[in-house]
Design a protein around this ligand. Structure first.
Ligand code: ATP
Ligand code: MG
Ligand code: MG
Ligand code: MG
Length: 469
């Protein structure tokens, strides 16, 4: 079996041999884009090269980039544990051309690597192109010899990439693997495309245009290439598995949580083990890159991920904090490729332990309340926003944790009600503060608290349990 570590090596070696500089993964906190919460694609560290702000010594690069998609524009948090292909943390393998080669070579490389180097059967692969991109359509015919019905024209933004409202943009072409008709799902562009039969493994972006503020597009003088392939998805294919969670890395992590909890990843426990393995990876890598749990911004996304995993540990019957005891297995699996993980191991373990001890103090009571309030609700019902807010305010349950807890029973949460309750509490706290006869300074303070998130805000209200406001 080809291990995930071997696949990463093989990808980087292939593109290294084809004249690409092998670039180590950048941190998960983007150094070049304050508007982006986490690095969420392989091209992120190269943004300024694509826009021309920065030049590199080499015009070709390849990397296996750490990515987190758990907030902002790309948020896969709710998919985790429930689809075969989504993680909050994953690695994106990529090859990049900065104004050097373009479509023909990008397609040739992708096809050669997949079918010659890695030996994937042609009849399991199909591709999409942007509906007007006749050039890409013709190249797939010519290079891969794919029949017309295996080159699907897609008219939506799924196959048109842009960096932002202005800047480089262009059509893209995605490569899908057909896992077989025993799995539900239709080909891309069909009504059942969200199923898990046809899984997108690789996206080739052809940066061809420059978009101006008024929306007009002009041809870039030297078009560029950006590609991204999820290592976990291609590992599943190369290891003869359908599901990312059945690959070597995830099996090792799930075996560890099975043994520590004395439960099997089957039936009702299946999603819990998956969520724990996934969230262990995202939490540990975020901590290793310097993010710490807090009540605002990146730190709050991290805290939400950690607490969600911790609820699942509790569901599996863990009587003691669990997450920190899994870090060793993760370092065994991924520490060689990402040495920062091993270096940060003590910090990661300590932070996970501290957070789990703290959260477990209120977790059981919160779940009891949830049971009382939602016990009678069934499929299609909705939990009142005020209850979700109490869970948040008093028991430190992030909103999405409550949602996740009710999901298995088909119960949703009234988000508008939750937000209204939150706004009301803020207004009440503000009024109380004003009533204490403070001067204009307090106004400034509240504005800062709201802008920065409410970490400091908690000290001034009476009934905050875990201080998550
Ligand atoms: P999908 O449609 O399956 O959500 P995507 O179109 O959002 O994927 P891209 O933004 O094109 O994904 O990212 C490039 C590649 O990264 C994808 O082809 C896939 O292999 C991988 N990838 C994207 N999101 C995830 C994720 N949440 N977990 C694991 N791999 C992912
Ligand atoms: Mg997606
Ligand atoms: Mg897609
Ligand atoms: Mg895609």
């Amino acid at each position: 079996m080809t291990s995930t570590n071997e696949i990463r090596r093989s990808f980087l070696d292939y593109f290294g041999a084809a004249g690409h500089e092998i670039v180590p993964s950048a941190p998960l906190v983007p150094f070049n884009d304050p508007t982006l919460m986490f690095t969420n694609a392989g091209m992120v560290p190269f943004k300024n090269v694509f826009t021309g702000l920065e030049t590199r010594a080499t015009k070709r690069a390849t990397s296996s980039q750490k990515c987190v998609r758990a907030g902002g524009k790309h948020n896969d948090l709710d998919n985790v544990g429930y689809t075969a292909r989504h993680h909050t943390f994953f690695e994106m393998l990529g090859n990049f051309s900065f104004g050097d080669y373009f479509k023909e070579q990008a397609i040739t490389h992708a096809w050669t690597l997949l079918t010659r180097e890695w030996g994937l059967p042609k009849d399991k692969l199909l591709v999409t192109v942007y509906h007007t991109d006749d050039e890409a359509f013709g190249l797939w015919q010519k290079i891969a010899g794919l029949s017309d019905d295996r080159i699907i024209r897609i008219p939506t933004s799924d196959n048109f990439w842009s960096m932002g409202d202005t800047g480089p943009c262009g059509p893209c072409s995605e490569i899908f693997y057909d896992h077989g008709d025993h799995i539900f799902g239709g080909p891309p562009g069909s009504p059942d495309e969200d199923g898990d039969r046809f899984i997108e493994i690789w996206n080739l972006v052809f940066m061809q245009f420059e978009q101006a503020a008024d929306g007009t597009r002009t041809n870039l003088p030297s078009p560029s290439i950006d590609t991204g392939m999820g290592i976990e998805r291609v590992a599943a294919v190369l290891q003869g598995q359908h599901d990312n969670y059945d690959t070597d890395t995830f099996r090792a992590l799930i075996a560890a949580s099975e043994s520590l909890t004395g439960t099997k990843a089957e039936g009702e426990s299946r999603a819990s083990h998956r969520v724990i393995a996934d969230h262990l990876r995202s939490s540990s890598f975020l901590l290793a890159d310097g993010v710490l749990p807090s009540n605002e911004g990146r730190g709050y996304v991290l805290r939400r991920i950690m607490r969600r995993a911790m609820r699942h540990a509790h569901l599996l019957g863990a009587k003691e904090p669990l997450m920190h005891r899994l870090v060793g297995s993760l370092v065994t699996e991924m520490g060689q490729a990402f040495p920062e993980l091993g270096r940060a191991q003590p910090l990661v373990e300590e932070t996970l332990l501290r957070e789990e001890v703290q959260f477990r103090r209120t977790l059981a009571n919160g779940l009891k309340l949830l049971d009382e309030e939602a016990g009678h609700l069934g499929e299609g019902d909705s939990l009142p926003g005020a209850t979700a807010f109490r869970l948040y305010d008093t028991f430190g349950f992030p909103y999405d944790l409550t949602e996740d807890a009710l999901r298995a029973r088909g119960v949703s949460v009234d988000r508008a009600g939750f937000e209204a309750a939150m706004a009301q509490q803020k207004a009440a706290a503000r009024a109380a503060w004003k009533g204490s006869g403070q001067t204009a300074d307090s106004e400034v303070w509240f504005d800062i608290a709201e802008r920065e998130g409410a970490t400091e805000f908690t000290g001034y209200t009476a009934n905050i349990g875990e201080g998550v406001v």
